[in-house]
Design a protein around this ligand. Structure first.
Ligand SMILES: [Zn+2]
Length: 192
């Protein structure tokens, strides 16, 4: 694999076991634990294998919403999550989160990139992020290819050394693009 490839490979998440993948909140769980009312709680995420606490959030609850307080890279963040209820046919009410992004009614919200949002919104955010990266790599490649003759051939007046350097960069870009694609696919795979 070319040099550029290892950059993404090193951080590529596995499908299971990575702490990042566990950071979701489930309104049904909160309802069972009687947390959808005024009060304050903390919520922890544990590593599924070791049971170790990997992250925690503070929750200030109310009947109609909750405030989540958490830290991302040492920066404190806050999220206001509205809670809505629909009647059950067995009586009582079922609670839902409203996704802060699309306002949709959902049971689970996922913490990604420092923000809580529903699965669909997180998928869109990640898809566009990888699109940005892939687009950038394609544009870099097109720029270099424009300097070369067709099929990556050396133009008559280009120094051999310059030509070798550009060709190496093209190979690196190809490897980076492959990795960026694999990374995006694995992220989308988890969210699908
Ligand atoms: Zn959403």
């Amino acid at each position: 694999m070319a040099k550029g490839g290892s950059r993404f490979g090193a951080g590529r998440p596995g499908r299971h076991g990575k702490a990042e993948h566990c950071r979701s909140i489930d309104v049904r769980r909160f309802q069972r634990e009687d947390m959808l009312k005024p009060g304050s709680w903390s919520w922890v995420w544990r590593d599924s294998e070791t049971g170790e606490v990997v992250s925690s959030i503070g929750i200030i609850g109310a009947a109609t919403h909750m405030i989540l307080a958490y830290a991302i890279d040492g920066e404190s963040m806050r999220a206001h999550i509205d809670i809505t209820r629909t009647p059950c046919n067995m009586g009582g009410a079922r609670a839902w989160f409203r996704c802060p992004r699309c306002r949709g009614r959902v049971a689970k919200l996922y913490l990604r990139g420092g923000r809580f949002a529903c699965r669909g919104c997180q998928r869109l955010a990640y898809a566009s992020q990888s699109e940005d990266l892939l687009g950038r790599l394609w544009r870099q490649q097109a720029k270099i290819e424009a300097k070369l003759a067709p099929n990556w051939q050396r133009p008559k007046h280009m120094h051999q050394r310059t030509y070798e350097r550009l060709k190496r960069r093209l190979w690196e870009l190809e490897a980076e693009r492959e990795d960026a694609f694999a990374l995006a696919a694995s992220k989308l795979g988890w969210l699908l």
